[in-house]
Design a protein around this ligand. Structure first.
Ligand SMILES: NC(=O)C1=CN([C@@H]2O[C@H](COP(=O)(O)OP(=O)(O)OC[C@H]3O[C@@H](n4cnc5c(N)ncnc54)[C@H](OP(=O)(O)O)[C@@H]3O)[C@@H](O)[C@H]2O)C=CC1
Ligand SMILES: CC(=O)N[C@@H](CCC(=O)OP(=O)(O)O)C(=O)O
Length: 344
């Protein structure tokens, strides 16, 4: 059994990790931390977990206690993993960080977008970006795995085959994305109030979102060179889900894009390339680790439209983190991740 610790267990990604790990036959949650709920039983805060975690309580974060775990997930705001990672790695723990602390390879780029100096730049060289569909082999041997953000997951999986095949104009990519409100986390926040976020759709951070450098970094790898990307996130009146509408100009008109995508994702159990002409809805992936993708070339013109949907809390965070755990510990990639989406 893998002995798991979770730092930041009272948030939305934390409760989803708990739910997934409860059904995982090779992992058990030994420790879960919270500063605000230390001493409180997990099922007092999360009644959906009654009967499963009745004996587990939140503990104040403590590196010594966490060091006894084989694996520690960080489900915390940016900056927290920087503080604890060096000591836990020294003690032999494997770390899977759901925050952005180790996603960007360049510490100065991180400082620019996250508004403070990088707290553990000495670990950046060994951190492995946890997008399994791209980095499967590296994840298997990593001590420190940086789970991608929710928008970057949907956008990179959607663009990757096209850019990797070298058949798009890499300078003019557009990602028009919508997110459910749980993407903003569980902390109290006016923008997440029912009266603010429901029955309304709005763009935000049009002049620069911190996921832009992360997506660009990934797409540069796919394209083998610099990319030009316009990324516009929107807050949509739903609880879960990311819907990415991606636009690119193709420069090779002969390629069968449907076949390209199907072949590219053949060995990826969580990417479902839909039949040509499909329109995936976020509700078809809700509660699952699946990314559904559809490729369109409207009116046989130059513009390709790729639709990519995920559940931000699963493939965009906790599900993908468990996928990385499976790879890292030599387990079947899909173990504990067989949830069928609940349509309603
Ligand atoms: N929500 C989403 O869809 C996605 C989130 N992410 C990322 O995953 C991480 C977690 O997100 P989410 O679950 O939504 O966040 P939440 O705000 O819902 O939860 C954050 C958790 O971190 C704990 N925490 C806060 N500050 C500290 C601290 N200084 N030290 C230790 N623990 C702390 C909180 O508990 P307490 O204050 O009691 O200690 C809480 O349990 C974030 O980095 C987020 O950006 C990534 C992809 C998608
Ligand atoms: C709706 C909403 O607010 N979404 C969050 C992204 C959540 C996420 O995946 O981001 P990180 O892990 O990089 O923080 C945002 O736009 O900041």
């Amino acid at each position: 059994m893998i002995k798991v610790g979770i730092v930041g267990g009272t948030g939305y990604t934390g409760v989803e990790l708990l739910r997934l790990l409860a059904q995982h036959e090779k992992a058990e949650v030994a420790l879960i931390t919270s500063r605000s709920e230390a001493g409180i039983g997990v099922t007092e805060l999360f009644p959906n977990l009654r009967g499963v975690y009745d004996a587990l309580s939140f503990t104040a974060p403590d590196a010594k206690l966490l060091a006894a775990c084989d694996l520690v997930f960080f489900a915390t705001p940016h900056g927290v993993a920087h503080e604890l990672a060096p000591e836990l790695l020294d003690k032999g723990c494997t770390l899977i960080d759901l925050s952005a602390d180790f996603r960007l390879q360049d510490k100065d780029e991180w400082a620019k977008w996250y508004g403070k100096a990088h707290g553990a730049p000495q670990l950046l060289d060994e951190a492995v970006y946890g997008l399994a569909e791209v980095n499967r082999e590296a994840i298997k041997n990593a001590r420190l795995i940086a789970v991608p953000g929710c928008y970057p997951t949907a956008v990179q999986l959607g663009f990757w085959p096209l850019l990797n095949a070298g058949i798009a104009d890499n300078a003019r990519l557009i990602a028009d994305c919508k997110s459910g409100v749980s993407g903003a986390g569980r902390a109290a926040n006016v923008g997440s109030l029912l009266c603010e976020a429901s029955e309304s759709l709005s763009a935000y951070a049009v002049n620069g979102h911190r996921h832009l450098p992360e997506i660009r970094q990934g797409l540069r790898l796919a394209a083998g060179g610099e990319v030009g990307l316009t990324f516009v996130p929107h807050l949509a009146p739903m609880i879960r889900g990311i819907h990415a509408t991606l636009y690119a100009e193709v420069i090779d008109h002969k390629r069968d894009l449907q076949a390209l995508y199907e072949q590219h994702y053949q060995g990826s159990p969580f990417v479902d390339v839909l039949p040509a002409g499909s329109h995936p809805a976020t509700r078809t992936v809700r509660g699952s680790n699946i990314c559904r993708i559809a490729v369109h070339r409207p009116q046989k013109g130059d513009t390709v439209v790729v639709l990519s949907v995920i559940d931000n809390l699963l493939k965009g965070a906790s599900g993908q983190a468990v996928q990385c755990m499976n790879l890292r510990f030599g387990l079947e990639e899909t173990l504990g991740l067989a949830q069928i989406p609940a349509l309603l």
